[in-house]
Design a protein. Sequence first.
Length: 330
Amino acid sequence: MTTTPTTPATGQALPARDWRAPAAACTTVLLWASAFVSIRSAGEAYSPGALALGRLLAGTLVLGAIWLVRREGLPSRAAWPGIIGSGLLWFGLYMVVLNWGEQEVDAGTAAMVVNIGPILIALLGAGLLGEGLPRRLVVGMGVSFTGAAVVGLSMSGDGGSSVLGVLLCLLAAVAYAGGVVIQKPALRHGSALQVTTFGCLIGTVACLPFTGVLVSEAAAAPLSATLNMVYLGVFPTALAFTTWAYALARTTAGRMGATTYAVPALVVLMAWLLLDEVPAPLTIGGGLLCLAGVAVSRRRTQTGLEPTHPAALPVEGPRHDTEREQADRP
């Protein structure tokens, strides 16, 4: 016989948790991890700007087709500042400088530097969005960042880093964090599909100066590199950014940022399975630390009350603030 969970204090029944937002977050993390493998292949034939433009073009076409089929219409005027800001910073600047940075430094160094992004997201979310810094989030992010640093050190090559590459990865982390925090308010006024579609379109327009380079490089690129670029646009961009926006609308920017610390662990696993790159014990240990930190940051306490009124638990519409985070606050 099954029983309905109740709160210790009042005996009031707790609502069943909606599995769709966690599933969306997991989908995003998995696809973003796969992007590192594809970028490695496509980056051998495409320069950073051309690869970013090709990826965004593929993503925009797929998102635009879905948007037309669903007939969601244009986002409201209040959503546009966040859409434009995230489109320029995250879809545009981030993708170009990350592609460039990874050509200048080894993968381990890039992972360490870019992984300050979730920390910046938590700090910006607390300062600009009033999300607060729950103890579990701070502890979990500390554990995950330690794991990311261990993975990065274990994968670093000899003499493969440069000051320029480190600065580019740092800029990518800042653009990533800024884009997430800017995007969060837009999701109060537009759907995940609307915000992602038009953000991707803005990023595509910003990368149009690389059109000539993309055309010339596509003519000489092997089919495998081009297919990897298309994959990057369809799955890690069109699908993963939409599932990200869906989950972000239902939690805080800080907790969503902490979720991406699972990416280094998954990259290690994928490189092992797909590229036959056997990880060192230190790398495996760092990956496990990343996952442990994510588990801590995503865990909720059981002693606090969560809202039970249907209006406080939207399924399709975006959440206005951080109701479900109240129990985690110190």
